[in-house]
Design a protein around this ligand. Structure first.
Ligand code: CUA
Length: 360
């Protein structure tokens, strides 16, 4: 019995679709998804993987089939038939990729919007202080959100200046040391920002962390308590906003498990807002070539239960008081970080007690 080619096409199409859909969701290329935003990125990537797998199988399948089916037989010295082009076919194979690319770009824009990429300044239009943490005796430092709305086109520059002067972070951020960077080219343009998701539009973030990047470390300040740390601790399930700036060159905040990456730029503030959704230890990696030790510029991100997080915060508050009361001693068993930073720190005006925080 001869099976008609339309049936073959249908059967091959069904098998191709099933294989592509399965592989697109089981490629195993991603680490754990640890933020609510991560699933959006994963779904987009999986959709592209399904399409790519199907195209790969079709192209390679036809190639291998034809190479075998139409191979030269012994004694056959004739030319192939002269094929002069086929307008309907060319229209078809131009239209299909065009539709795919437009579809993927619409989907990508939607994901970017869902992640808050299109609402860059929403938080600053709502001048409400973030929820105070319920930590006994916590000194509530001034926060970035205490400032009034501004509609100036160079809003971002003002925000950046405010961020640099934030009492909780000004010392870390070395605000007085790099005034020339505020007049760097490009001032007035909007710094990259991932704002609140559409559901959280207009609401202040539940929780704020100020991030300072410098060659070659990350320093986190919690404006609500004034705690400074070299590790990023965040409570699970609360929307957190990172207000980021750099002391020297461009760095980039990248946590693969959160599926988020944002540039950290000297003299201006970039933001990123996300909700950690899975407990665990992850790695924050600098994703911008920032100097000879760029590869070593990474630190721990710890997503904790709220109680554990508050306990950690209290320990940090106690520890920072102790550090201030003692002569400063960087962990003597672990000399490399202090040695490593010694040539840079005095130049940058970094206080030794901050180094104590970044020895991990
Ligand atoms: Cu900082 Cu690379």
């Amino acid at each position: 019995m001869k099976i008609p080619s339309s049936i073959w096409t249908l059967l091959i199409g069904i098998v191709l679709t099933l294989v592509s859909v399965w592989y697109g969701q089981n490629h195993g290329l991603f680490p754990t998804a640890a933020s609510e935003e991560a699933t959006l990125v994963d779904d987009l990537f999986n959709a592209m993987m399904i399409i790519s797998t199907a195209i790969f199988l079709i192209v390679e399948g036809v190639l291998i089939y034809c190479a075998f089916r139409y191979r030269r037989r012994p004694g056959d010295d004739t030319d192939g038939p002269p094929v002069e082009g086929n307008v309907p076919l060319e229209i078809l194979w131009t239209a299909i990729p065009a539709i795919l690319v437009i579809g993927i770009s619409i989907y990508s824009f939607d994901v970017y919007n869902e992640m808050g990429g299109f609402s860059p300044h929403a938080v600053h239009e709502a001048p409400v202080a973030p929820q105070a943490m319920k930590i006994p005796g916590a000194a509530i430092a001034a926060t970035l959100s205490d400032t009034a709305t501004s509609t100036e086109p160079n809003l971002n520059q003002e925000k950046s200046d405010e961020a640099m002067q934030d009492p909780a972070t000004a010392s870390v951020r070395n605000a007085d040391q790099i005034p020339q960077l505020r007049n760097a080219p490009g001032v007035g343009s909007v710094a990259p920002t991932i704002g609140p998701t559409p559901e959280n539009e207009g609401k202040p973030p539940e929780f704020v962390v100020n991030v300072t990047a410098l060659q070659y470390a990350w320093i986190f300040t919690y404006p609500e308590t004034g705690v400074t740390s070299g590790e990023l601790h965040v409570p699970i399930g609360r929307e957190v906003q990172m207000n980021m700036t750099a002391n020297d060159v461009i760095h980039a905040f990248w946590v693969p498990e959160f599926r988020l990456k944002q540039d950290v730029i000297p003299g201006r503030q970039t933001e990123i807002r996300f909700t950690p959704s899975k407990e665990g230890d992850y790695t924050l990696i600098c994703a911008e070539l920032c100097g000879p030790y760029h590869g070593a510029m990474r630190t721990q991100v710890v997503v904790q239960k709220p109680q554990e997080f508050e306990q950690w915060m209290q320990e940090q508050q106690v520890a920072s008081t102790e550090v201030l009361n003692q002569a400063v001693a960087v962990n003597p068993a672990d000399v490399s970080p202090s040695e490593f930073f010694a040539p840079y720190t005095s130049e940058m005006g970094i206080h030794p007690e901050m180094l104590h925080q970044i020895h991990k």
